[in-house]
Design a protein around this ligand. Sequence first.
Ligand code: SF4
Ligand code: SF4
Length: 411
Amino acid sequence: MKTIIAKEFADQPQFNPVKGILQACVHCGFCTATCPTYLMLGDERDSPRGRIYMMKAMFEGEPVTQETRLHLDRCLTCRSCETTCPSGVEYGRLVDLGRVVAEQKAPRPVVQKFVRWGLRQVLPYRARFGPLFKMGQLVRPVLPMVLKQHIPSASAKLMAPKTNHKRVMLSLPGCAQASAAPNTDVAAAQVLDKLHITLKVLHRSGCCGAINHHLNDHEKALEQARHNIDLVWPELQAGAEAVVITASGCGATLQEYGHMLRHDIAYADKAKQVAKAAKDIVEILAQENLTDIKVRLREERLKDVKAVGKIAVHCPCTQQHAMQLPHKVKALLDDLGFDTADTKNDHLCCGSAGTYSLLQPKLSHQLRSQKINDLTVDNPQLIVTANIGCQLHLGGAGNVPVKHWLELLAK
Ligand code: SF4
Ligand code: SF4
């Protein structure tokens, strides 16, 4: 379709991809069938195709209204539409840029600005989020339900292995997961230790940039990406094999570093290499010999089979649609002999979606109820997932306990 990008955007390199993405869309509407917000609200403006129409008008210089921003805000950036789209439309990249423009042209009310600013000041920083989260856990019993749902009780700490191996992989502790579910990365270290791989933690690393990127502070997200690249790059040069991803939300962003920093001469190449090195741990395990782990698990389960029971596997959108690793965790757990449950509508988002659960609580809770129903059709005793945001969000429903799947493999 003919697309004439307005001069004010055509002149800015960051908007270069817009025209190509808009032109790739043939408006067939296949994507609407797998869009959670369209399925829930039934409004074309809350579908990928409708949002693409609105963004086309916006980038062609038509007026932008509060309504345009509202419909873009309601998008989960789950990228289910990308998986469905037969024309390869990079919707996620388009909506990230569209939101920046919508926010500039149709400014938010002061309260919304303040809330988003507050989230950007707290969530991406371990030193700020960690103490607040711990305080929340202490006073959890007296917190209102809306907050309690986002704060699980503290669980017993796993012990990190001490052995040093020749093979080294890297861990970026990130922001929320290090405070809210520290056992996940320890479990990863334990599993890799069994495979004679040391998981080296880069303690000075920070947030991958996802929170700022999704809250439209792209400059800050780039700054965070550069900081992480500065730490990872020398380790890769020294022989580290991979950056191990245990939170798919962070993995999806790390894998975008090459694209995010493509105009930065000093970082473009390094960003590409770091993005390539970022691998979800399920991908890493799929390439290793897991015989010892299988034997060990079989022995453990003979003692403890009833305690684990049937497990529903939730595949986060960032893992299946962004990193393109659908069903991998379930396949691995099946291979390791776990009893995995049947589930429905695996392609649909649980409603967590980064800060979406905080900014769009009503829609997010509706999606969560639907997801819990779809995950529990086979009456599982446990739900496992691969992303901290989904873990906290689904766990907040309180119906069935929710863990990271790696914890099943920990000692
Ligand atoms: S995004 Fe893809 S599936 Fe959706 S309307 Fe456009 S071409 Fe069709
Ligand atoms: S990213 Fe998800 S919510 Fe947004 S338009 Fe695509 S399918 Fe719908």
